[in-house]
Design a protein around this ligand. Structure first.
Ligand code: GRF
Length: 201
């Protein structure tokens, strides 16, 4: 069974969706650890409730490369195949990117390359787009720039607030993240330039 580690900073609803899909047999993987950079993260409680190894590794005041090396060293004995960022609010430093080349995924609540960064649901509303959505992508050294594995679109409604739009997008996040993880773990894809192309299993 392929082994994944999930990195989170807060609420942990994407992590919980992944854990539920694993538990209920919809995602063939083992979650070997949940790492939280914020000791208050609810994701840590969710991990404990699911019997998943919970690692609290505070990042406050630590530079991103130093912190990335700490995460790398914490994961090293766990033989991780894939790292999944799920609401992880720190940039991933070079030591972790180098240890897991094209083996780190992220979920982002917009249709990249539109609206990278933070507060993107409000940005989508303010810009006036009629559709937004979510993107699962490989993590590279840029901000939300790596090759795109999966996307889902949702309409932006005239009376949306950032909260109502975020909630509509989150439903799709919970669905496509596990699907993207399954694809990457299956190895049935190749990367051509920026394009992630499915291949026969
Ligand atoms: C999600 O919207 C995710 O796309 C973004 O941060 C949020 C995390 O939510 N990167 P949760 O912690 O998974 O509930």
């Amino acid at each position: 069974m392929k082994r994944i580690a999930v990195l989170a900073s807060g609420r942990g609803s994407n992590f919980e969706a992944i854990a539920r899909n694993v538990k209920e047999g919809r995602l063939a993987a083992e979650i070997a650890a949940l790492v939280a950079n914020n000791p208050e993260a609810r994701a840590l409680d969710i991990a404990r409730e699911h019997g998943i190894h919970a690692i609290s590794l505070p990042s406050k005041g630590i530079g991103s490369d130093t912190y990335a090396a700490m995460v790398r060293d914490a994961l090293q004995p766990l033989n991780i195949d894939l790292i999944c960022l799920a609401g992880f609010m720190r940039r991933v430093g070079a030591p972790l990117l180098e240890a897991y080349p094209m083996r780190i995924l992220n979920i982002h609540p917009s249709l990249l390359p539109a609206f990278p960064g933070l507060n993107v649901q409000q940005q989508a509303i303010d810009y006036g787009v009629k559709y937004s959505g979510c993107t699962v992508h490989f993590v590279d050294a840029g901000l939300d720039t790596g090759p795109i594995i999966a996307q889902a679109a949702v309409p932006v409604l005239d009376d949306d607030t950032a909260e109502t739009l975020a909630a509509r997008i989150l439903v799709e996040e919970h669905r496509i993240y596990s699907e993207a993880i399954a694809l990457v773990l299956s190895g049935a894809y190749r990367i051509q330039g920026r394009r992630v192309i499915r291949t026969a299993g």
